[in-house]
Design a protein around this ligand. Structure first.
Ligand SMILES: Nc1ncnc2c1ncn2[C@@H]1O[C@H](COP(=O)(O)OP(=O)(O)O)[C@@H](O)[C@H]1O
Ligand SMILES: [Mg+2]
Length: 220
């Protein structure tokens, strides 16, 4: 397992993985609020600022819809591993990995309404680098090992715990939770998921502390 220590080395590493002309799929795993989406956006931009040759595809697009979570009795556990369509995510990644003859549309997650939105992100045939990110990319059950197998490398995004928790609580508040609800949600829901996610750290190809690398501009 490697540790990254400068931003340039990360984009160089990805470019080297694509030296044979094949499509490179990089996964970024990590706990809620660790900075995965921010890191993935930075990496995709640094590989291609225009967004056709490098694209960010979030695992969050495979959140089940809120109405389906209600049907399953899991609305109050959103973010747990069984609240995602993991098999759908796997199928999308395999499709992206296998063919470059058509545009593949990926779903996004709209944090303002808390729902996935199909057909939001075009992965163009000329996309050489696909950066995907989410909680369970290194999990070892169900469809997740096949997700890992579809990816060229998976990195683990590590952030000092006090900072991660502070940002996670602030994000919940920004998207409508009261300070009390934000704290209880983090303690009762997000942290249970974090425990499971941490167990995958040892399976990562690379550990990256993006905070230490100071990559700049955050996701909302
Ligand atoms: N380098 C940074 N500086 C300041 N805030 C950051 C930075 N990286 C992430 N954040 C903030 O922390 C929160 C979590 O980041 P995000 O990328 O959404 O994490 P994840 O996708 O792992 O849940 C976001 O609200 C984001 O604005
Ligand atoms: Mg995210």
């Amino acid at each position: 397992m490697d540790f990254a220590d400068d931003p340039q080395s990360l984009s160089d590493r990805v470019k080297a993985l694509g030296a044979d002309g094949g499509r490179v799929l990089i996964g970024i795993a990590g706990c809620p609020g660790a900075g995965k989406s921010t890191a993935a956006a930075w990496l995709a931009r640094s590989l291609d600022p225009e967004g056709r040759r490098a694209v960010q595809v979030p695992m969050d697009g495979f959140h089940l819809a809120n109405a389906e979570l209600v049907r399953l009795g899991r609305r109050d556990r959103k973010g747990a591993i069984d609240t995602f369509d993991g098999a759908g995510y796997r199928a999308l990644l395999e499709r992206i990995a296998e063919g470059r003859d058509e545009t593949v549309y990926a779903p996004a997650f709209d944090r303002r309404v808390g729902e996935p939105v199909a057909g939001s992100i075009p992965v163009f045939p000329e996309a050489e680098f696909v950066v995907t990110e989410g909680n369970y990319l290194l999990d070892d059950e169900g469809p997740w090992p096949a997700v890992r197998a579809a990816l060229t490398e998976v990195w683990y995004c590590e952030t000092p715990e006090p900072l991660r928790l502070e940002r996670l609580i602030a994000r919940h508040e920004r998207f409508g939770k009261s300070p009390e609800h934000a704290r209880s949600w983090v303690a009762e829901v997000d942290e249970r998921n974090a425990e499971r996610i941490r167990a995958g750290r040892e399976r990562a190809d690379l550990i990256v502390d993006f905070e230490a690398l100071a990559i700049g501009t955050p996701e909302p």
